[in-house]
Write a new protein. Structure first.
Length: 204
């Protein structure tokens, strides 16, 4: 089941957020060896505030298997405060643009891609019902090229740069019902990914 955590319902997810930050530490610090300003056992940064929106995938065994974070670009975010060199011009910002970051899935589920596709589909649903039309993000260049080859509606914002040992690029993608339909197909689901949010038919 995919949950979305916002400032409104965050008090219901105190323990789940701790579990998510632990998983992020395991994935980004221990596995991928990112150099991040965090303290064991949690991976948190200055953007993990009340403004952040989280998507967490909880499986049948009640364990978090993956997550993603969205940040409002109308406020400080990664592209403005950490990676401004990735954008040739001013990083995109506005009430209808959110930045996707810290997307992760446990290693045993990465190759299949279903959990990650479910998380992305859920983020699209949230955006579509929240008036968010675009998402910015930083991605490994190899993955970016693979998405382009599949016809994804994404545009680079600047030249590739090395980050934490990988060549990455900043990009912007449109959030649309067509993109949502494709992600639902990849996730092998026919309806909403965010199972407990009502009236998602508007995003169908």
């Amino acid at each position: 089941m995919l949950h979305v955590i916002t400032g409104e319902n965050r008090h219901l997810y105190t323990q789940r957020l701790k579990e998510m930050f632990r998983l992020r530490y395991r994935i980004f610090v221990e596995e991928q060896k990112w150099s991040l300003p965090c303290t064991y056992p949690y991976e948190m940064d200055q953007f993990d505030t009340e403004d952040a929106v989280y998507f967490i995938y909880i499986d049948e065994s009640d364990e978090i298997q993956g997550s993603m974070r969205l940040l409002p670009t109308a406020k400080p975010h990664l592209m403005t405060d950490v990676f401004p060199e990735l954008c040739s011009g001013t990083p995109p910002s506005g009430d209808d643009i959110y930045e996707s970051s810290r997307g992760s899935v446990r290693s045993e589920h990465r190759q299949a891609g279903r959990i990650w596709s479910t998380i992305v589909a859920g983020s699209y649903e949230f955006c579509l019902i929240s008036g968010i039309n675009q998402m910015s993000f930083v991605v490994d260049m190899k993955l970016f090229s693979a998405w382009l080859a599949k016809g994804a509606d994404i545009n680079p914002l600047g030249p590739p740069c090395e980050i934490n040992g990988s060549v990455c690029v900043a990009a912007l993608r449109e959030v649309s019902t067509e993109a949502l339909a494709l992600k639902r197909r990849d996730a092998q689901i026919s309806g909403p990914a965010l199972t407990y949010i009502r009236d998602l038919e508007r995003a169908a």
